[in-house]
Design a binder for this molecule. Structure first.
Ligand SMILES: [Zn+2]
Length: 65
C-alpha cells in the first residue's frame, strides 16, 4: 500500500480531501456537506412512495392469464 492514506479523508458529499481533525462534522469536510447529505436521505425517503406508484410491479403474473 502506498503511503497516501496518512490522515486525510474524502468527503462523501463533495469528494474533497480533508483532515479528519480539522472538520467539525465528521465524516464530512464541513457542516454544510453534512446537511446536504442529510437532505439527500430525506429526499429519498419522501421519493420512495412516488416510485411505488409509478411502477406497479406487485401485479401477480397469474392474474394476467
Ligand atoms: Zn464536503
Amino acid at each position: 500500500m502506498p503511503n497516501e492514506h496518512d490522515d486525510k479523508s474524502k468527503c462523501p458529499t463533495c469528494g474533497k480531501r480533508f483532515r479528519m481533525d480539522e472538520t467539525d462534522a465528521p465524516p464530512f469536510c464541513c457542516q454544510r456537506c453534512r446537511l446536504i447529505d442529510l437532505g439527500r436521505w430525506l429526499d429519498e425517503e419522501i421519493g420512495l412512495p412516488f416510485e411505488d406508484d409509478e411502477s406497479p410491479k406487485t401485479i401477480d403474473p397469474d392474474l394476467t392469464r
